[in-house]
Design a protein around this ligand. Structure first.
Ligand SMILES: Cc1ncc(COP(=O)(O)O)c(C=O)c1O
Length: 305
């Protein structure tokens, strides 16, 4: 495996960042988790836009212009010979001293890219659905560094996920300070009731998921259902016909048990299955090509949405 760090590729064992990097010392940085399907990087423009927005929000100057970061991502996929990949793009504040002051990080931000394989949940979970529990940990408030910034501070999410694991569940729901559902530790959440689809709005304190946006578009264009963004309590999940999660890792996946209650019929419901199908079809046929098109036209580039 070859890992990109600040303009060069290193073997896995040689790929290192400094212990004085503020990403390591303070979790001061941002990241993106991106997938490639069939040699094409899925929604790369959207991920890079979110990266730029996160950087701006935390006063971080990206070390390269976005088009150069895009090239580095595509090169990372290519150099590792990957077709289906999970790409982790990280930008840290860079090397500083032991204090909090970002101005001491004189050399500027560190950018690294790991392109690897991932299978988050085995196939059977896409049939059977996931079990969720509500975490005791509250979502960060909007008056803090908003959850819409994809920062390297994931400790709350990690602790929430540990609670889920301890309860024999796969994911944890985070409520915000108002008691509204915000999202899960690594996924956005949706519910379906009487043929309508609902999801928490940005103001509930969520990461504005790339997969969330794709699913909202697919629901509208393929199922003819508009997704309603509104605040809701856990009760709406308990009484939903179907609940599903979205994320780059999990893609689209049903949740069939929440806090000990069966949701709907207790298995992946019909609309969730349809969305999974449409998502998979769309993912395989779109994205930014990492490899040049073959002369015969096979693998012809399809523009990233
Ligand atoms: C906290 C959180 N919410 C939501 C998501 C889903 O976002 P995306 O669909 O962009 O992967 C993620 C995954 O990265 C996440 O970590």
């Amino acid at each position: 495996m070859k890992i990109y760090i600040d303009g060069k590729f290193y073997d896995k064992d040689e790929a290192k960042v400094s212990v004085f990097d503020h990403g390591v010392l303070y979790g001061d940085g941002i990241f993106e988790g991106i997938r490639a399907y069939n040699g094409r990087v899925f929604r790369l423009d959207d991920h890079l836009k979110r990266l730029a927005d996160s950087a701006n929000a935390i006063l971080l100057k990206l070390p390269l212009p976005i088009p150069d970061i895009e090239k580095a991502v595509l090169e990372s996929v290519r150099i590792n010979g990957l077709k289906d990949a999970y790409i982790r793009l990280v930008v840290t504040r860079g090397v500083g001293d032991l204090g909090l002051d970002m101005r001491k990080c004189h050399q500027g931000a560190t950018l690294f890219i790991i392109a690897d394989k991932i299978e988050l949940y085995p196939d059977e979970f896409y049939e059977k659905g996931l079990t969720l529990v509500t975490s005791t940990i509250r979502q960060k408030g909007l008056d803090q560094v908003t959850p819409s910034v994809k920062s390297l501070n994931y400790l709350a999410n990690i602790m929430a996920r540990a609670e889920a694991t301890a309860a024999g569940a796969q994911e944890a729901i985070l409520l915000n300070a108002q008691g509204h559902v915000s999202e899960c530790s690594g996924d956005n959440i949706f519910f379906i009731k009487d043929g309508k689809i609902f999801t928490p709005p940005t103001s509930a304190g969520i990461l504005i998921g790339v997969t969330r946006e794709v699913v909202m578009e697919l629901a509208e264009t393929k199922l003819g259902i508009k997704v309603i963004e509104r605040n809701f309590p856990r009760y709406d999940l308990y009484s939903a016909d179907e609940v599903f999660l979205t994320g780059t890792g999990a893609e689209v996946i049903a949740a069939v048990r929440i806090d000990g209650r069966a949701i709907g019929k207790g298995a992946a419901g019909p609309l969730t299955r349809l969305l999974i199908k449409h998502f998979r079809e769309y993912a395989k046929s779109s994205g930014t090509p990492a490899y040049p098109a073959s002369p015969a036209g096979a693998g012809r580039p399809v523009p990233a949405k």
